[in-house]
Design a protein around this ligand. Structure first.
Ligand code: GLU
Length: 507
């Protein structure tokens, strides 16, 4: 029987989730759904010093907003009451009691040891090595000279523990071995164990470190595939050794490429976002604006994220979530870093804007209108406005800039346009046009266009004498969609009123 696919996203709640983290969650989600498996959220909060209030909720809200909900996790439907089903709880701080026995198990097997070296002592060694141009690594070549149970009588070890001395439990890396690691994306990797340090697994405050808690939980939660960022690749050697030491079958590993800066070298950072004026977080966090608040549609965010590191093998750029579930595979994830392109994120938003129906966009625009004090309009009217301007918009927040004149008459007129369009005879032409308009019974766009064009040729006027000033008086400048669509929408009364108002303002 093949193992059921169970994957986890395991963030530490140390702050807002970077979009790189969202992408990791997304790849886990897609992989799980493709294989009819489970997507689990596990909160890795063993490092209480780095705990940030609100970060866990932020993570949950972000996944939900992106439309990639987890099947199991803190407060998930499967985590009923306090029993949490078979695999919970899903916060490591609530699993604290589980880890110690695993650390002790390794000590008993001779695969881990107690170390009493104080922080000051280790600091001293580090500095001392630095001065000599070397790096201090706690491992096979010096561990017998350091303050640990490897060179102590068992009674002495117990005495120091009983006396309440601080200690850590370190993994005893076997020397002179070649480890063979496999990563789905990176292939086979060989590591010489002599280059590794004896990592801390457990601390005397009763808390496991990331490494121990992570592999114990992956084992107990029956995780089949570990899909995580490239920055965790250096931990793979230790994790593989821990699985072997416990005699557990290791999950398969896939380390995702980094998301790189738009220009230059290195990983995309919060500072890049600040400099380039684009979000790097899914939702706003303190003064950092998120994709949601910047007006992005979650589908657009999912779509641009998935193509950072994965390629479908075709030219297709727009995908629904279902299509992604269908076509996703870890084999098509690249090894090399994926450059982040802020302009492309906007392009995606535009594409989804065009796909959205007018009713949905009108709903969103109505909220903006309310903020602008426009409360007397109707959903139906706003839908019609949206249908005329959405092709030019990237965000719903662009609608106001593109179509404010649908809601308020212009109060001033673009100076340059006035200079160019408002000639000596314009006032008279506009006056005549207004009284002609008054007589048009059917004020639909098509009919007004027909009638006005007829009137222009009957009066032997040129289009250039009528149409540009007409736009100027209705809109306030030369922007906007088809002028007769605008007239039909704002209506006969309003159109005439705007002409008359402009005449007195520009006289
Ligand atoms: N807690 C780690 C993090 O913050 C998880 C790494 C992993 O997935 O193993 O990313």
């Amino acid at each position: 029987m093949t193992q059921k696919v169970r994957v986890r996203f395991a963030p530490s709640p140390t702050g807002p989730l970077h979009i790189g983290g969202v992408r990791t969650a997304l790849f886990n989600y897609l992989f799980a759904k493709k294989h009819k498996g489970d997507f689990i959220l596990r909160i890795e909060d063993t490092d209480q010093n780095r705990f940030v209030e609100g970060a866990e909720q932020y993570i949950v809200d972000s996944l939900n907003w992106c439309g990639i909900p987890f099947d199991e996790g803190p407060s998930s439907p499967t985590a009923k009451g306090n029993t949490f089903g078979k695999y919970g709880p899903y916060r490591q701080s609530e699993r604290k009691h589980l880890y110690k026995k695993f650390a002790q198990d390794l000590i008993e097997k001779g695969m881990a040891y107690y170390a009493f070296d104080t922080a000051e002592k280790l600091d001293f060694h580090r500095k001392d090595h630095e001065e000599k141009g070397k790096t201090f690594i706690y491992n096979w070549h010096n561990r017998l000279k350091l303050d640990n149970s490897l060179s102590m009588m068992p009674e002495d070890v117990q005495r120091r523990i009983d006396a309440g001395e601080d200690y850590v439990i370190r993994f005893l890396t076997p020397p002179d071995e070649k480890l063979h690691l496999t990563d789905i994306i990176r292939g086979d990797i060989e590591i010489d164990t002599n280059t590794l340090d004896d990592k801390v697994l457990f601390k005397s405050d009763g808390m496991p470190t990331y490494h121990l808690a992570n592999i114990v939980d992956d084992h107990l939660m029956e995780i089949s595939h570990v899909i995580r960022g490239e920055e965790w690749l250096p931990s793979l050697a230790l994790h593989q050794q821990l699985y072997d030491a416990f005699g557990w079958k290791a999950p398969q590993f896939a380390h995702l490429p980094l998301i790189m800066k738009p220009v230059g070298k290195g990983k995309l950072s919060k500072r890049d976002g600040e400099k380039g004026g684009f979000p790097v977080f899914p939702l706003s966090w303190n003064e950092s604006v998120g994709y949601r608040e910047a007006g992005y549609f979650p589908e657009a965010v999912v779509n641009f994220l998935v193509l950072l590191g994965w390629n479908p093998g075709t030219e297709q750029e727009l995908f629904t979530l279902e299509e992604l579930v269908d076509s996703f595979s870890l084999e098509r994830v690249n090894k090399s870093g994926a450059r982040f392109d802020p302009d492309k994120t906007k392009w995606y938003n535009q594409q989804y804007m065009h796909q959205k129906d007018d009713a949905t966009l009108a709903e969103a625009f109505l909220l903006h209108l309310k903020e602008k004090g426009i409360t007397s309009t109707t959903n139906d009217y706003v839908q019609k406005v949206v249908s005329l301007i959405k092709d030019r918009a990237t965000f719903v927040s662009d609608f106001w800039e593109l179509g404010d004149y649908f809601f308020v008459a212009p109060t001033n007129y673009d100076e340059k346009a006035v200079k160019k369009q408002w000639k000596n005879d314009t006032q008279e032409i506009m006056q005549n046009l207004a009284s002609f308009m008054n007589g048009i019974a059917d004020f639909s766009s098509e009919n007004v266009e027909l009638e006005v064009k007829k009137w222009i040729s009957e009066k032997e006027l040129s289009f250039g004498k009528v149409m540009p000033p007409l736009r100027l008086v209705l809109v306030g400048d030369m922007k906007g969609p088809h002028i007769f669509d605008i007239m039909a929408l704002i209506g006969k009364e309003e159109s005439m009123e705007r002409i008359n108002k402009a005449i007195s303002a520009l006289a």
